[in-house]
Design a protein around this ligand. Structure first.
Ligand code: SAM
Length: 251
């Protein structure tokens, strides 16, 4: 079993979403929303590309000038290479077996990097290790599966500001999309937690998500209470802080 985009899956059969087979022609709603943040004429590096659906779809749509699909694991790398070949895009979408931003070469002149469907901590590790390859990049499009707070902190610590955020729900999972560009910004602890722009907008989807999260956090705190000695106080304090923030936002 492996984890794909926040969903535990038993095999590598084509992804299904509400009856539709997902591929480079039919992206999931999540990847469609990511795609919407990639500007016309971009030179895209999609890191952790898996099947390569995002760069292949955007190249077929005429959005991209050039693309790289980076993958660290051999099986998804082979799948991305197959999809690129099947669509006649060799030479236009480079498929590279590499760890993180090591897939990017200076001559690629990459303008946009997408990192989607992996934990925010993994994304921070990839960005930190490949910092020098961010020179010349004008936009990051990020769709973390958890760890959003830490990811936003990394962005602000590293000269990037959040220019757009989206929240969507698909197949019973909430997904956040964070778009960052070079610039300075200072965010409060609450803004890092909820997302500065999501917090400002407070959409219906946002309120629904955080009502659900509140119930989960309260349940976790009740479980902590039962196992008091086993849970570090700092962790309990952090959860209590989160519950206070969520209550304040929903009030
Ligand atoms: N980006 C696609 C999407 O959102 O649908 C695929 C997401 S899939 C769950 C995560 C992919 O990231 C896996 O194929 C995994 O091998 C790849 N990955 C994880 N760590 C990586 C790294 N350090 N460098 C490149 N790829 C990585």
């Amino acid at each position: 079993m492996f984890e794909i985009c926040g969903v535990r899956r038993q095999n590598r059969a084509p992804l299904q979403s509400q009856g539709a087979t997902l591929n480079e022609q039919t992206l999931s709603r999540r990847l469609e929303r990511v795609a919407a943040h990639v500007p016309q004429g971009a030179r895209l590096a999609d890191i952790g590309s898996d099947h390569g659906y995002l760069p292949v779809a955007l190249m077929l749509r005429g959005v991209l000038e050039a693309a790289v699909a980076g993958e660290v694991a051999p099986t998804p790398f082979a799948s991305a290479r197959r999809n690129v070949r099947r669509n006649g895009l060799e030479g236009r979408v480079g498929v590279r077996l590499a760890d993180g931003l090591a897939a990017i070469e200076p001559q690629d002149r990459i303008s946009v990097i997408s990192l989607c469907g992996m934990g925010g901590d993994t994304m921070c590790g990839i960005l930190e290790a490949g910092k020098q390859r961010l020179a010349g990049v004008t936009r990051l499009v990020l769709q973390p599966n958890g760890g959003e707070r830490e990811l936003r902190q990394w962005l602000t610590d590293n000269g990037l500001r959040i220019v757009s955020e989206e929240l969507l729900r698909e197949n019973r999972f909430d997904y956040e999309i964070i778009v960052a560009e070079p610039g300075t910004a200072a965010y409060s602890a609450e803004q890092l937690y909820f997302g500065p722009l999501l917090l400002q907008e407070k959409s219906e989807a946002f309120l629904v998500k955080w009502r659900r999260m509140l119930r989960q956090k309260q349940q976790t705190l009740a479980n902590f209470e039962r196992a008091r000695d086993a849970v570090p106080q700092a962790k309990i304090d952090d959860f209590n802080q989160q519950v206070r923030w969520i209550n304040a936002v929903l009030a």
